[in-house]
Design a protein around this ligand. Sequence first.
Ligand SMILES: [Zn+2]
Length: 329
Amino acid sequence: MKINPSFDGFIGNAHPVSVLRRATSPGSKTLRAAYLLHGTAGTGKKTLAAVTAAALVCQGQERPCGECPSCKKAFGGFGHPDILRFKTPEGKTQFPVELIREIKRQAYIQPNESDKKVILIENAEMMNAASANALLKVLEEPPHYLVFILTCDNLSALPETIPSRCVCLELHEVSPRRAEQWLLRQYPEENPQLLENALLCGGGNLGKCVHYLEDEETRTLFESAMRLCRALVDGREFDLLSVLSGLEGNREKFAAFLSMADRLVCETAKAGFTAASREAVSLAARLSPGRAARVHLLNDEMRRGLKANVSLSLLLAVYSSGLKTIMET
Ligand SMILES: [Zn+2]
């Protein structure tokens, strides 16, 4: 999928979009030195950051125009020389201080082609106190040409000193109805059943819907969550165990599975009252709201166990016996 290089193409989130559009329009008096976009993963923070960065280097009137040489570079494969992206390197669990040093070095080098230079920092919550401290001074008093755009999934995980120096804008999920319209527009050729499942998987979280459509592993994992729900309502213990055995040895996979299974169970519980997908309606006919609530509580318990570092094999054993008890009652 191609990202739509404009503020108009960004659906929902009217407040952050209007703040950023105004700040980046020609002759703007509202542009600030640092913005922090925060909200659940999948709500479009990186997309909005990319649109804003392009608007800051754009030479057109309606920024980003998508047509000028700067926009073409910003949205093209090689990027724009005045838009720099930084994120935690693969395999690292924290944003390295050396990378902050590199950011500071780059900050004081004048822009190449544009009047502005943009530094994007993804998942800023990966910074520890030392990295955050190292960034503070330049964040507070950057050179006049520099704009920082930070994104973060979890604001409470970020050292407080960072948000207090930024304009903080929160992004939210959109309504499932708007998500559906957006998916139909973005994927006009896609199989309707697949789109329905994408919506069941992601709801108003467009990032999750897109993940379902474009990432094979996500699709497979969601299919397992559906198999688990079907096994539960049909009382098929063997199916239940076979789904759970596929989750052994991978905590992240189990965590992702739990959030999918939980969404599916919650959607199923709602399906009796709202227009939902056929799959949710067919499951809802057989999974009582009481059982759905018990699965939800069990999922919560598993998530807490994962956070508290309980061993995965123990958690899976407890999960499987908990599900069996729910299945039999
Ligand atoms: Zn442009």
